[in-house]
Design a protein around this ligand. Sequence first.
Ligand SMILES: Cc1cc2nc3c(=O)[nH]c(=O)nc-3n(C[C@H](O)[C@H](O)[C@H](O)COP(=O)(O)O)c2cc1C
Length: 337
Amino acid sequence: MKVNAKYASRLAVAPMMDWTDRHCRYVHRLLSRDTLLYTEMVTAPALVRGGAVHLLAFDASEHPVALQLGGSDPEELAEAARMGAAAGYDEINLNVGCPSDRVQSGAFGAVLMKDPALVARCVQAMQAAVEVEVTVKCRIGVDDQDPEVILPDFLSRMSDAGVGRVTVHARKAWLQGLSPKQNRDVPPLDYPLVLRMKERFPHLHVSINGGIASLAEARGFLDAGLDGVMIGRAAYHAPADILCAADRLIHGSGPDSDPVAAARAMVPYVDAHVAEGGTLAQVTRHMLGLFAGRPGARRWRRILSEGAHRAGAGSALMLEALEAVTSATAEAAAAAE
Ligand SMILES: Cc1cc2nc3c(=O)[nH]c(=O)nc-3n(C[C@H](O)[C@H](O)[C@H](O)COP(=O)(O)O)c2cc1C
């Protein structure tokens, strides 16, 4: 089935290094059928020069799923995009927002906000290499750039280069003096600027990102005229809050999902992963927040964080933790009567 990533991008879970790996995406997909999922950033040099094709592996159930690439060499990015498209990704996204040192040294990520002509060459080379849509995730600016000036310039160059869909993390990145983590919190958010960009470039599909913590907020941005909303940390830390009602409330497509059913559905996945030599913790570390804010959340988290890394741990431990959740839910319901 050909999946429409553009349609799915009304709500997306952000690319997050070390977090949105394939195990995480598998869990998220059980919670929402139609939300767009992104890989962690994969660098073009790792794929093209390092031959790290294992980084492209994903499960067929993850569709619609986008590959995020980092890089600044048009030819290398084109080759990496080709590899991603051949692996079956529904979209190839270029990272123009990540401020980490390692990434800066290779001239990838947010530093590219200073060189929109190079970004345009990169996306054109990528588009020429693949049929799937090439998209861009950017900031509103970096360092002492004036977002009011450079963001419209950046977006019009992207549009001229043939990019039809962008996600804007609505804050600057400060490339000196802030850690990557601080760069996700310290520079102030400017949502109105992103809304104005949608008015100025009505033909461009604009998604907003940064600090959005609920589906109601996401809905508000869509109602205000934006085309999509991307949620990162909130979706990771409390996936059920963001994803269980997303198909109904955002995509208008399906019933709510249930985190208990999702946890049960992870049993065969976990069994297969452990049988191949993987550990339970590699999967369940992405599930620790599954019951955040619900009865039994603490017991679930404790059982898994204490036991999932131990030798021999498997789906039985996950079911034991789930039992703690279902009994806490029953206790809470009884107490409420
Ligand atoms: C642990 C972590 C890793 C991240 N890795 C990436 C990445 O690989 N590529 C990227 O474009 N952004 C990355 N980001 C930034 C997120 O995609 C997102 O833009 C940012 O967290 C703001 O959204 P939020 O407030 O909804 O979390 C990362 C964020 C976190 C928390």
